[in-house]
Write a protein that binds this ligand. Structure first.
Ligand code: TRP
Length: 486
């Protein structure tokens, strides 16, 4: 058994970790993806399923990730390796750390492109470039924005540079210090938008849309999307939360911080819905208009409202800040690894990973113009990055960490780190051993297309499978039961 690692870096402030992790969690996923997914998958029904996924899959997985990070006190690669070694397992398990780090890097390389859209739109909003009379006009603006590789590249380069400046300054001086103003600032802007929405029509409809639950609208596609999104929105299995967890002081409760972050993330996603949908409804638009929702429908809706141009600016500032705080977290794992293992300074590590990132993100950016037909199996480079990370690497990483924590590694490690009451620990174990893995396997089955999943009619089978697997698992390796019997 190796001795517990001493921390090299720790969050200074009481809210350091919560701010940084919430900053990571709240991003384009909350403001761009969540509202349009809710629109597509039928409103309240989707919201409910999503909440269940956060609770049953996201929260236990996040606790596991933070526990790995704090126990191993290092970049995800080293953290996973040390925790494995502490349980007498080989280095090979650090493969999951590698995959997380790589996933974070790959996500970032297309995330900066989307964050670049946000900055470009902020500029357009400021300079009056978002004028148009119809959704088609807005689509034309969006198209023109993507068609020019030079300007599109310039915006994503700007995002990359700002990210690297923050990360290069270090954990406390760079990340923590900036999160202290960026996060409250972002929430403030969101609140301004909600207050505006309350008085400008469409608010009631938006509330009904988000919170009225219609069983008939529940769909398997919605459930699977909600499961995948639970990982994405909490920044799980991509090294970010584990890297931040490595800086969490020993006296902090992992469970409490996890719940705080998950609740903040969910509240902000719902608040984003309350800021966006009223304008959409007030102008009689379709909430299910897909990824173009905030770049096409929303600017058009704002244009037709009093003070709309101010609101547009507020919205895109908020979106850009949200995207930046997430971008920072995605590169932290790589930078931590380079400083720890390659002996680089923070600055050198940030800039060298920045250059590699810039090359990859340029390829992703070109998918929208020059490289639109550099496709493989019908997907361009941007689509591949998204597909590989969100459909494969993140679920696989999540599955690996959950099963490692649940079956392979010494339970004392997690009891030490999580410090839960017995029944709570048993519940956590139940989730990481059976519930999350089964959910993730469903995501894989769906991605592979080997079987069409229709939860509506097949749910008794899934429930039965869960029970059988749990009973078998507990007969072969009785850990959950031990929690109760001591
Ligand atoms: N959670 C962020 C969002 O909702 C995205 C994100 C940040 C992320 N860091 C991540 C996703 C790490 C996966 C992994 O926009």
């Amino acid at each position: 058994m190796t001795a517990r690692q001493q921390p090299k870096n720790l969050w200074i402030g009481r809210w350091g970790f919560v701010l940084a992790a919430t900053g990571s969690a709240v991003g384009l996923g909350n403001i761009w993806k969540f509202p349009y997914m809710t629109g597509e998958y039928g409103g309240g029904a989707f919201v409910l399923v999503y909440l269940a996924c956060i609770l049953c899959i996201g929260i236990p997985a996040m606790m596991t990730e933070i526990a790995f990070g704090r126990r191993g006190r290092g970049s995800p690669i080293d953290a996973v390796k040390r925790v494995a070694q502490e349980s007498g397992r080989g280095k090979i398990w650090s493969g999951f750390g590698w995959m997380s780090m790589l996933a974070g890097f790959m996500i970032l390389s297309f995330y900066v492109v989307v964050a670049g859209w946000s900055l470009a739109y902020l500029w357009k909003a400021l300079s009056g470039g978002l004028q148009g009379g119809s959704v088609d006009d807005m689509a034309a603006i969006f198209g023109a924005n993507n068609a020019n590789p030079l300007s599109l590249g310039a915006w994503s380069t700007l995002v990359t540079v700002v990210t690297m400046c923050i990360v290069g300054k270090g954990v406390q001086e760079g990340i923590e210090r900036n999160m202290r103003w960026m996060m409250p600032g972002m929430v403030l802007l969101l609140l301004v938008m909600i207050v505006y929405a309350m008085f400008s029509g469409g608010f009631g409809e938006a509330v009904t849309f988000l919170f009225s639950f219609e069983v008939g609208k529940l769909s398997s596609a919605g459930l699977l999307a909600a499961m995948g999104h639970a990982f994405f929105t909490l920044s799980l299995s991509a090294g970010a939360i584990m890297a931040y967890g490595a800086y969490l002081p020993d006296n902090k409760s992992i469970a409490r911080t996890t719940f705080t972050v998950a609740i903040c993330d969910t509240l902000i996603a719902l608040m984003a819905g309350l800021a966006i949908f009223p304008a959409i409804f007030a102008n009689g638009m379709d909430p299910a208009s897909g990824p173009g929702l905030i770049f096409m429908s929303l600017p058009l809706a704002f244009q037709q409202m009093p003070m709309g141009s101010v609101l547009q600016v507020i919205f895109f500032v908020m979106l850009s800040v949200a995207a930046l705080t997430s971008a920072v977290s995605m590169i932290e794992a790589t930078v931590a690894w380079l400083t720890e293992r390659k002996g680089m300074s923070r600055k050198a590590a940030a800039w060298s990973s920045g250059i590699v990132l810039w090359l990859l993100s340029t390829l992703a950016m070109l998918s929208f113009n020059l490289g639109a037909d550099w496709t493989l199996a019908g997907k361009n480079f941007f689509d591949w990055l998204d597909y590989l990370t969100s459909r494969w690497m993140m679920p696989l990483g999540g599955l690996g960490l959950c099963l490692m924590a649940g079956f392979l590694l010494r339970d004392e490690i997690f009891r030490d780190e999580l410090r839960l009451a017995r029944w709570q620990h048993a519940l956590w174990l139940l989730m990481v051993r059976y519930v999350s893995p089964l959910g993730i396997v469903l995501i894989f089955i769906d991605a592979l297309g080997v079987m069409s999943i229709d939860i509506g009619s097949q749910w008794p089978w899934f429930l039965a499978a869960l029970v059988v697997i749990t009973v078998l698992g507990e007969m072969l390796s009785p850990r959950v039961k031990q929690q109760f019997t001591g």
